[in-house]
Design a protein around this ligand. Structure first.
Ligand code: COA
Length: 256
């Protein structure tokens, strides 16, 4: 258990709140573990009809903790890495997922939205997937889900250049269902979750199964994972992580 993910179950809605606001809710291994446990557990919990994911503070999440990436890259990380379980649980989830997103949604902060069935963005939301800027590759099956959702041209640019897109653009591209003022974000996402919770769950689950192929998504995640692991240990990635820690732009040209 970690205090950095608050888990609440009420009226059929399991609310998962990222609570590491001083670090922009950057996700640690422990946080991934708590999220994975909650999402896996919800599958067989009749009291859960909908899962709502949100973040405390000014950002949804700055993505994977870069200090932890650096530790993996240098071989200093030990024990199970829960991120794999987390993204697989998203791919396999049969109950509806709702996300409420404000401020920054970086990396997995954006790719997890491709697994959420309803996405509500605050007007200040900024979505980005700077995997290549970090010398990595896209994950969470986003290498197929993103081009499917927004088209190859936009998806490639999002991945390759790593620039954020604003909420209204994300909405126009089909990455979200609603854009609302920041002060209405939680109310809107909760209202949508409540509406889903009143719908027949069996029908929602069957519809998700028809619309998404969980097995295929997990296979794509595994293929991405092989590249991701190799990239994490590359000299290019070491340069990217070191540059972030030193608050300077990376210089990939100097990496042989
Ligand atoms: N991992 C670890 N720490 C992170 C983090 C991350 N992914 N993102 C932010 N933080 C930390 C910062 O190091 C800083 O910590 P400090 O106060 O101890 O120095 C704190 O969170 C606030 O971040 P800061 O960069 O000062 O805020 P900002 O508003 O200027 O910028 C971001 C916000 C999200 C744009 C910026 O922090 C960023 O680019 N983070 C990295 C995102 C990323 O590449 N994620 C991985 C994707 S695969």
């Amino acid at each position: 258990m970690t205090e950095q993910v608050e888990i609440k179950k009420e009226n059929g809605i399991l609310t998962l709140t990222l609570r590491r606001p001083d670090k922009k809710n950057a996700l640690t291994n422990e946080m991934y573990g708590a999220l994975a446990d909650a999402i896996e557990g919800a599958e067989n919990d009749a009291a859960v009809r909908v899962i709502l994911i949100r973040g405390e503070g000014d950002s949804f999440t700055a993505g994977n903790d870069l200090g932890e990436f650096a530790a993996v890259a240098s071989g200093k990380a030990t024990g199970e890495r829960h991120v794999t379980r987390f993204i697989h649980s998203l791919g396999k989830a049969t109950k509806p997922l709702v996300a409420a997103v404000q401020g920054r949604a970086v990396g997995v902060g954006t790719t997890m939205l491709l697994h959420c069935d309803l996405v509500v963005l605050a007007e200040n939301a900024l979505l980005s997937t700077p995997f290549i800027s970090l010398a990595l590759v896209p994950e969470a099956a986003s290498s197929i889900l993103m081009p499917l959702r927004i088209g190859y041209a936009r998806a490639f640019e999002l991945f390759a250049l790593g620039e954020p897109i604003a909420a209204n653009v994300a909405f126009e591209w089909g990455l979200a269902n609603r854009v609302v003022p920041l002060d209405k974000l939680n109310a809107e996402a909760t209202a949508l979750a409540q509406r889903l919770a009143r719908q027949p769950l069996g029908s929602l689950v069957a519809t998700k199964r028809l619309m998404r192929n969980g097995e295929m998504l997990v296979k794509q995640m595994q293929a991405e994972g092989e590249h991701f692991e190799a990239r994490l240990k590359s000299a290019e990635a070491r340069e990217a992580f070191q540059a972030f820690a030193e608050r300077r732009p990376p210089d990939f040209a100097k990496v042989a």
